[in-house]
Design a protein around this ligand. Sequence first.
Ligand code: 1GP
Length: 249
Amino acid sequence: NKIYNSFIEKKAKGVKSFAVLIDPDKVTPAGITDLAAKCIAAKVDYIFLGGSLVITHHLDECVQQLKSSCDIPVVLFPGSPSQVSRYADALLYLSVISGRNPELLIGQHVLSAPAVKKSGLEVISTGYMVIDGGAPTTVSYISNTSPIPADKDDIAMCTAIAGEMLGMKVVYMDAGSGARKAITESMIARVASQVSAPIIVGGGIRDAEKAYLNCKAGADIIVVGNAIEKDTSLIKEIADAVHAAPVFK
Ligand code: 1GP
């Protein structure tokens, strides 16, 4: 449980982490090498790999290239059961607990369980909560679920508590890739006040200040994808802000 243990150890110390999200559909081999170099320079903690739609078929190659370009752990963040690569360091095993689509709560897990087990990957049971990001995002469309309304902090809190009590080891609060509005600090703080599992927060984070404020509110791992695709100089800016976040135990 190397990756999960690193989440827990950092959380115990109040140390915040930054994960860069790479969508396999949006990178070329040369682009991966360049991104990896920028992630090393910025001291990025994790690279998350995945997307709601993976049209290309080069997931293994993406992971292998990342692994040969840097030592940063590569964590799969799959949009579908086909996005599994045994070359990665871990897999976020997502159950969409914000929604009521049985396929994404347990159905697809049953179908893919033998293959995931056989892969030998570290599997991190993750309560995945989609929060309304101000406009329909790919994740809400593809998952065929209603997101938690952005101002319903208590629903998010109760969902996260339920996920943790069901045994999920990590909570992922996601406004969806490219969300117009990122998750509010008040919702993050509400969830963090009741849950001891590490909290991953992503979706619509576009600058270092928002990343910092999310950490202050209780996020343990900040994920940014879209904004970095547009401007890779943000990798260092956001990493510095996350790592500068005061230690909150
Ligand atoms: C999406 O949480 C991730 O699932 C990251 O979102 O691409 O908007 O940064 P962005």
